[in-house]
Write a protein that binds this ligand. Structure first.
Ligand code: FAD
Ligand code: NAP
Length: 365
């Protein structure tokens, strides 16, 4: 059971600089009640986004749906705006509309289907391509997926400031199968449509991705892109503990992004922590500053011997960010390092031991 909080946006700062191919923002939220937060470092904030109002309007107008009509106590416009997903379609929806298409339209549909293109179609694509399809609101809604909450790793620590919560969000952009530019529903909503002080429901998604209970342990953090978010929180928390006189282990961060000039998020903070020894090593991998790719796992390999010494001495190893490629490649590099410098024939066994001791933690998406 999650407790719903009402948050309001109180700060918005562009983390990426001009020249970046993507927009990354730091968003800062407070509770509308004025109360403090009680999340822990490693937790995420979850939000229900709202669909693009232009898309919702197009759906209402095309199918002649009165947005003011109430269904189960909620106006149809609001249902389409907040409670249903209009950007990804279900198999059931596709079957129903195929049943309405004949002749040339049916052939076009089948061709798109064979190319898997409709898997990435939105309701507006269907309206544009097959305007003859007719649906009432009562028929449409049960064919749609419910809107899912989106999670964002919290990038700040309550030990430093308990009344505010920072997030680091990249605005997802992609080209659909019609070669039209589209954006992610939640990342665009939060970064571009949510107004300052506008109340927004959210909840804290508690995570097992946690700092060592024993703060004297060393930590190694690998966080390219927005994967940096929880590690900023970790570093804030450990800097506060250290300033209070507690024994805090060493911190080592691997960060990667496209360009040093435009994507070195939180540069000043990291350099400040380096100067104060709160960050012992900062290894950077800017993938597009040269004509070949350099990724965080390349930096790990370069620092393999030292990394092995940290692990052998009990360090915790954390990975956060993209799941499909980065997290797998980082694990491969870690296994190579254990094999090469730890002299282990079956490095998977050592990795398993790290997992069992909670010393290998991943928060990947
Ligand atoms: C634990 C956790 C922590 C996270 N932390 C962060 C964080 O700190 N910062 C951050 O930025 N993100 C974070 N994320 C990711 C975040 O939750 C969202 O998944 C992300 O912002 C994309 O959501 P969206 O609604 O903007 O995109 P969506 O609209 O959900 O789109 C998602 C993806 O589907 C693809 N897609 C969607 N529709 C189509 C289409 N019609 N055609 C082709 N492709 C399509 C897009 O390529 C896109 O990548 C985290 C995720 C998890 C699980
Ligand atoms: N659909 C989209 O258009 C889109 C756009 C942005 C983000 N996203 C999603 O949003 C999440 C986070 O994105 P993000 O912008 O924070 O960061 P990201 O896309 O993960 O990029 C961060 C850095 O990681 C590099 N990288 C790419 N592949 C890698 C690999 N196999 N191993 C190590 N590093 C690798 C990138 O390099 P290069 O970019 O130079 O390869 C970049 O320098 C991911 O889930 C991503 O899939 C989707």
């Amino acid at each position: 059971m999650q407790d719903t909080l009402t948050l309001q946006l109180v700060g918005k700062q562009l983390l990426s600089q001009s020249g970046s191919s993507k927009e990354a923002f730091q968003l800062t939220f407070e509770r509308t009640s004025g109360e403090d937060f009680n999340y822990r470092c490693g937790d995420s904030a979850a939000f229900w986004p709202e669909n693009d109002p232009g898309m919702v309007e197009k759906i209402l107008v095309h199918w002649g749906i009165d947005g003011r009509q109430v269904l189960n106590g909620v106006a149809l416009r609001e249902l389409l705006q907040k409670q249903y997903c209009v950007t990804h379609l279900t198999e059931h929806f596709l079957e129903v509309i195929r049943g309405q298409l004949g002749g040339q339209d049916g052939d076009v549909f089948d061709r798109y289907r064979a190319e898997d293109a409709l898997q990435t179609a939105s309701l507006c694509d269907v309206i544009d391509l097959f305007p003859s399809v007719k649906l009432t609101a009562e028929a449409l809604l049960p064919l749609l997926k419910k809107m899912k909450p989106r999670l964002y790793s919290i990038a700040s620590a309550t030990a430093l400031r308990a009344d505010r919560m920072d997030l680091a969000i990249v605005v997802v952009r992609y080209e659909n199968f019609r070669k039209q530019e589209r954006h992610g529903v939640a990342s665009h909503y939060l970064c571009h449509r949510l107004s300052m002080r506008q109340p927004i429901p959210a909840f804290i998604a508690h995570s097992k991705f946690k700092l060592p209970v024993d703060s004297s342990k060393d930590i190694i953090m690998v966080g390219p892109g927005t994967g940096i978010a929880p590690f900023r929180a970790f570093l804030q928390e450990r800097a506060v503990l250290r300033a209070r006189g507690e024994i805090v282990g060493r911190n080592w961060l691997f960060f990667g992004e496209q360009y040093r000039a435009s994507n070195f998020y939180y540069r000043e903070e990291f350099e400040h922590w380096q100067a104060s020894d709160d960050l012992v090593y900062l290894d950077l991998a800017f993938s597009r500053d040269q004509d070949y790719k350099i990724y965080v796992q390349d930096r790990m390999r370069e620092r393999g011997e030292e990394l092995w010494h940290w692990l052998r001495n009990g360090a915790y190893f954390y990975v956060c960010g993209e799941a499909a490629h980065m997290a797998k490649d980082v694990e491969r590099a870690l296994l190579e390092i254990i094999h090469r410098y730890g002299g282990m024939d079956i490095p998977e066994n050592f990795l398993q031991q790290l997992k069992e001791e909670n010393r290998y933690q991943r928060d990947v998406y």
